[in-house]
Design a protein around this ligand. Sequence first.
Ligand code: ATP
Ligand code: MG
Length: 371
Amino acid sequence: MKNQTIIRVVLLILFITAISMLHYLTPLHLHYLHDIFQRLYYLPVILSAIWFGLRGGLACSLAVSVVYAPHILFQWGGQLTLELEKYLEIVLYNIVGGVTGLLAQRERERSIELQKTADGLEISYKKLQEQSEQILAIEENLRRAEKLSTLGEMAAVLAHEIRNPLGSIRGTAEILRDDYKPGDPKYEFIDIQIRETERLNRVVEDFLRMARPLPTDMARCRVQAELETVAQLVANDARERRVSLILDSPADDLVVKGDGDKLRQAFLNIVINSLQATPEGGRLAISSTLSRTDDAHGMCEIRFCDTGAGIDAETLPRIFEPFYTTKADGTGLGLAITRKIIEGHGGSLHVESTVGHGTTILVKLPALQAR
Ligand SMILES: Nc1ncnc2c1ncn2[C@@H]1O[C@H](COP(=O)(O)OP(=O)(O)OP(=O)(O)O)[C@@H](O)[C@H]1O
Ligand SMILES: [Mg+2]
């Protein structure tokens, strides 16, 4: 900005000097040329007014008057009656400089005002947009909470009504199975019966987990220790699926306040999903970092990065819905439970996925100071 001003001032000075030289050096009998040079002075005056406003316009017209006056006085004789037109021209330089400067200045002030209004409007628009996004998010949370609380009530009733008879069915089926030898078709049927009962029992258990108030046993938990346990639990499964499981060691010892069992369950659900999404072998990398925030201890960010099938755009917004599943034998409760656990710990879950490349699940949990 400063440089631009300097360049403009230098330009004006050069301009005025050049026109004045033409005046002073051109013989007086070429009066028609002098008439042209006289009008040329308007150019720097108007330019200066546009660039620098009222003060710029007047300063330039005065400068022009000062350099032009000696030419009238000493070269043309300076007689008022003979050179009246030249004196009037000097008056006109100043009027033009002043008026143009004033107009340019007003225009500039108005455009600054307009810019300010536009900026203000933009800020208000952004605020409105943020607020409406917040409202949408709250609405979504409310809807989810409503769904989950109805589910919770149902789960409690279902658990009572289904679990006990299930236990009896399984028990009697096991007794019946003992009457047959493996390989006998009836043995196989009863085996299927037992397996399916177990599956049904798992569904009920999952229901129950959703219904139970969360979290209960809050204590200091080392995130890495929980992740190591999860990695051990799934090591076999990963090997069978030819998925290399990589658990990074974090730079900081990450500690959160939480219920270790529940957190482990949440991590396990995520890891199992990743393994299931990687049927043809691949990689699952688990890493955790501490991201500093303004509040006391920052957030633990735990990333589960798989090279599985990925999630398409239609499925992505639904994966946390209870009972939403794309698997033939899935219950669709894994991620709903996971989200409930993580949010019960004051954390949040985020997903990024590219079909054919893989999925990253990011878990954020409020960190405690490591000791
Ligand atoms: N890592 C992942 N890669 C690809 N798809 C995933 C991944 N994680 C979740 N999904 C998708 O999200 C859906 C919901 O997952 P969720 O864990 O809630 O249920 P599920 O795995 O289908 O069943 P459950 O976990 O109850 O046995 C899955 O069916 C799957 O389509
Ligand atoms: Mg699952």
